[in-house]
Design a protein around this ligand. Structure first.
Ligand code: SAM
Ligand code: SF4
Length: 326
């Protein structure tokens, strides 16, 4: 699948739910959002059907995300369905890890190869304060431990930078990569409808994070783990892990974009932001051919995002990344 700017798309992020068991300050409003209705969600069989249409078109890699994907029942069942689609060679999952301990083994057995875990602080009270759900920290730690025990590697740890809440932990996060094979990725906070004030007032750039990390030791640019998309990676000499930066605000990386998104209610989105999306769910339910719809969505994939600090105009009305899978 090639778009009009010559970018090859072989990666689909599939959101299985818009709901979440956390309320991260930069993502979801405390009161939640108007949830999608059950009947509007794609069933696992419908998701599989879409993957089966897209795989011969060039889809090779799928990430399951949300909301929090593990709040939906039986995600390993979906993984098994997707693992059986010819042409899909890489299956991964993004999770906040709160429910991971019980499911890590089943997910691995079903075919998940790689995990991304969100962890915004190494301090229990801060994790709970950012996630706005008390008691999250020990569950996340149990989830991470279970994931390592069943052999998930590499584990990517996503850290959204927030001034005054975790920017004094940047060095500590970086130090972990000298001891464990973790890929710690610092992410610049993106403005959405639900976080305009926070994303403007407490924004920390990855340039600043890299400067802090560079004071610890020499940093070598490296290729990074398999599956790297927008992140750029660095490594301390001899370290088992790497440090990645995802810079939607300070450095645009859209020229390397290799992905589309499928929302939980079956909208195919060629860009995380903006208004463009194609309803695949209703045509699928009506038995129509999805190929022309997917081709047209790819054709109109925007050249880049137009995020504007302090404004939700650039995000195209997106209230929270939980609505599209991030
Ligand atoms: N619930 C799962 C999780 O937290 O990993 C998957 C969905 S979450 C929307 C996917 C990723 O988006 C997470 O790493 C999260 O930290 C990140 N994210 C959410 N809102 C963001 C924002 N406004 N700016 C930057 N990253 C954000
Ligand atoms: Fe939930 Fe993930 Fe959004 Fe946090 S970032 S509220 S865990 S969807």
């Amino acid at each position: 699948m090639k778009d009009q700017f010559g970018r090859t798309v072989q990666y689909l992020r599939i959101s299985v739910t818009d709901k979440c068991n956390l309320r991260c300050v930069y993502c979801m409003p405390m009161e939640g959002l108007p949830w999608l209705k059950r009947e509007d969600l794609l069933s696992y069989e419908e998701i599989e059907q879409i993957a089966r249409v897209m795989a011969p078109m060039g889809l090779e890699r799928i990430r399951i995300t949300g909301g929090e994907p593990l709040v939906r029942q039986d995600v390993p069942e979906l993984v098994k369905l997707l693992a059986a689609v010819p042409g899909i060679r890489d299956l991964s999952l993004s999770t906040n890890a709160v429910l991971l301990a019980d499911q890590a083994e089943a997910l691995k057995e079903a075919g998940i190869q790689r995990l991304n875990v969100s962890l915004d602080s190494l301090q229990p009270d801060r994790v709970d304060a950012i996630a706005r759900r008390p008691g999250s920290y020990p569950k996340i730690m149990e989830g991470l431990a279970a994931a390592e025990e069943v052999g998930f590697a590499p584990i990517k740890v996503n850290v959204v930078l927030i001034r005054g809440q975790n920017d004094d932990e940047i060095r500590e996060f970086a130090e972990i990569t000298r001891e464990r094979p973790w890929h710690v990725r610092f992410i610049e906070m993106m403005p959405t409808g639900a976080n305009l004030e926070l994303s403007q007032q407490q924004f920390v750039s990855c340039t600043e994070a890299l400067r802090q990390v560079g004071e610890i030791d020499q940093l070598e640019p490296v290729a990074g783990p398999f599956g790297n998309g927008p992140a750029r990676y660095y490594q301390f000499p001899g370290a088992p892990g790497t440090i990645g930066v995802i810079t939607p605000m300070s450095h645009n990386y859209c020229d390397r974009c290799n992905r589309m998104r499928l929302t939980a209610d079956g909208q195919l989105r060629p860009c995380l932001f903006g208004h463009i999306q194609t309803n695949l769910r209703d045509p699928l339910r009506a038995g129509q051919d999805l190929v022309p719809l997917i081709e047209e969505t790819l054709r109109i994939k925007p050249e880049r995002h137009f995020l504007i600090q302090g404004s939700d105009l650039g995000s195209g009305g997106l209230v929270a990344l939980s609505q599209t899978g991030g």
